[in-house]
Design a protein around this ligand. Sequence first.
Ligand code: SAM
Length: 329
Amino acid sequence: MADLDKKEIVDLLVSSGEELFLRADKIRKENVGDEIHLRGLIEFSNICKRNCFYCGIRRDNKNVERYRLDEDEIIKTAKLGVEAGYKTIVLQSGEDDFFNIKKLTKIVEEIKKFDVALTLSIGEKTKEEYRELKKAGADRFLLRIETTDEALYKKFHPNMDFKNRINCLYNLKELGYETGTGSLVGLPNQTIESLADDILFYKKLDSDMIGIGPFIPHPDTPLFGKINENNFNLALKMMAITRIMMPKINIPATTAMEVINKEGRMIALKSGANVIMPNITNSDYKEKYEIYPGKENLNNKEDDYKKLLEEKIIKMGRTIAKDKGFKKA
Ligand code: SAM
């Protein structure tokens, strides 16, 4: 395992990346093997009380048609996912207080009856609430720090508290969740040095999963603008360096990568990633969960998409994991 310091990380971030990607791919193979874990993602509500400057489902975006799945729909979608072969279900949503802990624990308990690993990505909660959800059976939790540049964090997350986000991550770790964090790469005024700090933060937290995605401007947000194609390469380098520094963790090839580059997720799988999270939300809702534009065109027909993806993976010389894909010891 390479313990890179900040300067070494910065040097790699400004390099062309070619050697870095090969090195990350080798380390991925040696440490987590050729298996790719497919996690079925359900986006169960796009209602959000937060107002993050970059996000298409932010509270103040009046152009989004809001939806929430009811409890039975969520459980039914998860069941279909398990029947289709997914060994992990990921429940993601905006911060929607309609889903209180009582409702959420019920959903978690029902889904856990399907003998599947369950990941939550539902934002900030109190430690007690995280504890209840863990007790109900949740295995993993994804909460990106987004950026470790506190001033930038403050600017883009009105009425949110950077320290609380960090606390949430440490609480999740302490409660025994497989804890995932990660960053948005290419935010306006984000520096290379702060990206290096992000990686050092993942390491310090001893995160079990890292999801890194390029920032994609959404027209209905304060950070609207043109897509910066360089964000793809920079996100890829962030991901590859993370693999080198944290060889055993799970790293998804994120959907946002595919929005910028048609083969983005496949390229990511060759540069350190070992997880893909296909969207299994019913198509009626999928396009309304528009955190950034371009995503709605991806994997529209769930069954076909999974088959296509599996074929691509096999063609790459990789295999589809048959287990739940917990972090390797
Ligand atoms: N509310 C939960 C939370 O805060 O963790 C989960 C949902 S949130 C929409 C999921 C992720 O979407 C965020 O962590 C953020 O990094 C990503 N995201 C939001 N807007 C984005 C954009 N414009 N480009 C790329 N990723 C974006």
